[in-house]
Design a protein around this ligand. Structure first.
Ligand code: DON
Length: 305
């Protein structure tokens, strides 16, 4: 496996040139655009990695998988999916227009920004600190780490340039679809996006979902098989945003991207995969990550469709 991953990285090392690091969150613009790494947690043989496996980056939208898994476990499917939909969206992840145009102004799915903000609002913890502690604890349990820390510089940068997410949240409140203290909920959202990981962490997170909710590193049952299946399904249909359809055809596995450059993927019953590469395409997906996953999926025949 290690040799294969090294070849995959070698073949995809230059793809970062076709993308650009995110700049709308100023701190993300400082990332090394050419970092390229991949890790696989194979459920029968464990961890392998190649390339920039020590490179750290913030989870950004990959964290939405964590809060979704937590909300499904704590509140149940009925409550979550009456507040947010489960359908893919052909618009960008932070689209305001779609939310306003489509009555009843319910976010299309839990993995776009408006959906993730609503998901956080459903959690049963009232205090911002407790809500965030529960999300970072879930991130630690899914990645098999003792703790996953917030990158304070990214958090502050994100909070300082958050007009669009604020607009989404306040619009949702205005139509009665977001309850609670908006500033508190947004604060937890900025913090969860700023949780810092490596591609190895994302491989374990993916493997936890691939193994029906049991973390293969710690042996802990983190979520139920049903929650793992629902999360994988939402990743498969909505995880790569408006690039989800093309990704389903070219790679064919449930995955979730983030503008920090990470992608976490789960191949049911087989493996979790984590990639990093901060240069993004126009839809906000890592170009190196897409290239590596496409290659690996072909080599190992990973597609589930
Ligand atoms: O709220 C935002 O815009 C970012 N914190 C997260 C967006 C993101 O990662 C979209 N993913 N590709």
């Amino acid at each position: 496996m290690k040799e294969l991953l090294e070849t995959v990285v070698e073949n995809c090392r230059d793809s970062w040139r076709q993308g650009h690091v995110a700049t709308y969150i100023p701190e993300l613009a400082k990332a090394r655009a050419d970092a390229t790494g991949i890790a696989v947690w194979d459920l029968s043989s464990g961890l392998s990695g190649a390339g920039d496996t020590d490179f750290t980056f913030t989870m950004q939208s990959v964290s939405k998988v964590v809060s979704l898994a937590l909300a499904l476990s704590e509140c149940g499917e009925e409550k979550v999916f009456s507040a947010v939909g489960m359908d893919p969206l052909a618009d960008p992840f932070n689209s305001i227009m779609r939310l306003e145009m489509d009555a009843p102004h319910r976010p299309h799915n839990p993995l776009i920004n408006s959906g993730a903000i609503v998901v956080l609002s459903l959690l049963p913890w009232k205090e911002s600190r407790d809500r965030m502690a529960a999300v970072s604890d879930m991130a630690a349990r899914m990645t098999g780490r003792k703790a996953v820390a917030v990158n304070e510089a990214v958090y502050l940068s994100e909070k300082g340039t958050s007009d669009r997410n604020r607009a989404l949240a306040w619009f949702l409140k205005s139509v009665g679809n977001l309850e609670g203290d908006i500033e508190d909920i947004l604060d937890a959202y900025f913090r969860q996006c700023s949780l810092e990981v490596t591609c190895g962490d994302l491989a374990v997170l993916g493997a936890t979902l691939a193994a029906d909710g049991t973390n293969p590193v710690t042996g802990e049952r983190v979520v139920s098989p049903r929650v793992a299946r629902v999360v994988r399904t939402i990743m498969a249909t909505c995880g790569m945003y408006d690039g989800s359809g093309e990704f389903a055809v070219t790679v064919g596995i449930p995955a979730k991207s983030g503008v920090g450059g990470g992608i976490a993927a789960a191949v049911p019953g087989r493996m979790g995969i984590g990639t990093c590469g901060p240069a993004l395409d126009r839809k906000g997906n890592s170009v190196a990550g897409l290239a590596m996953l496409r290659r690996l999926s072909e080599e190992l025949k990973l597609r589930i469709y």
